[in-house]
Design a protein around this ligand. Structure first.
Ligand SMILES: [Zn+2]
Length: 279
């Protein structure tokens, strides 16, 4: 759980990026400026500004800014092979670079509009790497126990999936006892205690941001092509697929190419899809 006071003070994140992280953020920013991604960022922060100007409600300054950024493989090759290399080798580091870089752009946009910066946890910048062809070097090969730590690809047949489950991305809280304090949580829906008066806080229900996801079981294509090999047990690869990571429908028995990366939390260590497409 991550809690932060979104009070009157400016809410710049605590972490001071070191030089290389700064360089990575600049690579992302450069790519956004060279493509239509900057327009998407400005469009989202523009809607945030317009909404606040319409309502003038203070809680609307705690609203989320959500956007999906597609990093196109061919454009990456043209504009920034270095950024492509970062995505492939260090997807989690790239994710952080996207977060801070887009936050910088949004902050500047809000400043130009005369608004205070938002908390970085109000920003939900989902990224996808689209158009990456099947790359044998990235393929997840359970037989060889070869587990890439960077970006991986899994190609195979959708054997099963779980019902949709809900992921809470942001919940916003206020203290009803008159202290005028707010809090943002990024994963929990349990009421936090007010940092001023220690009473449980109340939620702005309308500002809750969720996303659905499923866990997919992907079998290697060989499980269907040569089903009668003796002594061979095919085990599916489990992958978490969030709603933003795909546009196509999921059909049992169809073949898909999934690009993803391993992400760890306190309870799981699983492959997280950053793009799924049918093949
Ligand atoms: Zn309070």
């Amino acid at each position: 759980m991550f809690t932060v006071d979104a009070g009157a003070e400016s809410v710049v994140p605590n972490e001071t990026p070191v030089n290389s992280q700064f360089h990575e953020q600049k690579l992302v920013e450069h790519f956004c400026r060279q493509t239509q991604l900057l327009k998407l960022v400005e469009g989202s922060s523009g809607r945030f500004v317009a909404n606040y100007r319409n309502t003038r409600r203070p809680e609307d300054l705690l609203a989320p800014i959500q956007l999906r950024l597609d990093f196109d493989y061919v454009r990456l090759l043209e504009i920034s092979p270095k950024l492509l290399q970062l995505i492939v080798e260090e997807p989690l580091q790239f994710q952080e670079a996207v977060r801070y870089s887009v936050y910088g752009l949004v902050r500047q946009h809000l400043k130009d509009a005369g608004l205070k910066p938002i908390d970085i946890n109000q920003l939900h910048a989902h990224w996808r790497l689209v158009g990456l062809p099947l790359s044998p070097g990235l393929q997840f090969e359970p037989r060889d126990q070869s587990l890439r730590l960077g970006l991986s690809q899994v190609q195979g047949i959708l054997a099963a999936y779980t019902p949709q489950e809900t992921l809470v991305l942001q919940s916003i809280w206020y203290c009803g006892s008159g202290c005028m304090r707010n809090a943002i949580q990024t994963s929990s829906t349990d009421a936090p205690l007010c940092s001023g008066c220690s009473r449980p806080m109340s939620e702005y229900q309308k500002l809750r941001v969720t996303e659905s996801y499923r866990i997919l079981a992907i079998l290697p294509s060989s499980a269907v092509q040569t089903p009668r090999i003796k002594g061979c047990l095919h085990r599916p690869k489990l992958i978490r697929l969030r709603a933003h990571a795909h546009d196509c429908e999921l059909k049992l028995g169809s073949s898909y190419l999934i690009t993803g990366y391993f992400t760890g939390s306190s309870t799981t260590y699983q492959l997280e899809a950053c793009h799924l497409r049918g093949i």
